[in-house]
Design a protein around this ligand. Structure first.
Ligand code: UDP
Ligand code: MG
Length: 200
């Protein structure tokens, strides 16, 4: 039977983060009590990420690996993960632990009646340059598209998997998923989520 959620995380050279991520996801979904699968997409990593993911998948039936032959970038990696997913909902998140898997519960609690729930990072833990360029990017996009999406770049999102039939992803487009969903007439909702500094 298809799981309730498919968690998809793209991985490019995250060797030190894999085991921590897997433990955090395990803790995050344990309390929710829904069925899940987790697809880790190795985006042509050149460190030991692939080996780490293989070990995790051999030990835990909930985890699967999709492996790309070279580094295609975050959008393509997510797209490959989406294609392998079978859940009713897809949860996308980064593999570097900047998103907190505990927030998956919050996303699920809010998805009823919506096609997508997207995270807005509270107390964002990124460099000044990243925070400022993100603010400018969000301001310009909101003006052009006449909407009020505060943080389109937050990777943590949940959406109904079947919506993807109408969405075409191009390089870099994973950042604009809420807008692409709105263009197709899907309903979207924002929730505030945690953000953590990248440790490794
Ligand atoms: N990532 C990827 N392919 C790439 C670059 C990044 O799969 O070519 C992954 C990376 O491992 C992480 C996520 O995409 O899980 C976000 O990347 P990063 O942390 O560099 O972006 P930021 O947090 O600065 O937006
Ligand atoms: Mg990051």
């Amino acid at each position: 039977m298809n799981p309730e959620i498919s968690i998809v995380a793209p991985v490019f050279n995250e060797e030190e983060n894999i085991q921590l991520l897997v433990s955090a996801i395990y803790r995050g979904v344990k309390d929710i009590g829904c069925s899940y699968e987790c697809i880790l997409v190795d985006d042509g990593s050149t460190d030991g990420s692939r080996l780490k993911i293989e070990t995790v998948c051999a030990e835990n039936e909930h985890f699967r690996m999709v492996s790309l032959a070279k580094n295609y970038g975050q959008t393509a990696a997510l797209d490959a993960g989406f294609k392998a997913a079978s859940g009713k909902y897809i949860v996308m998140m980064d593999a570097d632990l900047q998103n907190n898997p505990r927030d998956i519960k919050l996303l699920l609690e809010n998805i009823d009646g919506f096609d997508m729930v997207y995270g807005c990072r509270l107390n964002r833990k990124d460099s000044f340059v990243k925070r400022v360029s993100s603010k400018i990017g969000n301001y310009v996009r909101n003006k052009l598209t006449n909407e009020n999406i505060r943080d389109t770049g937050c990777s943590l999102k949940i959406f109904r998997r079947e919506c993807l039939n109408k969405i075409k992803l191009y390089n870099g487009m994973h950042r604009f998923l809420p807008t692409l969903f709105k263009i197709e007439g899907f309903s979207i909702k924002e929730v505030e989520v945690q953000h953590q500094r990248r440790l490794y």
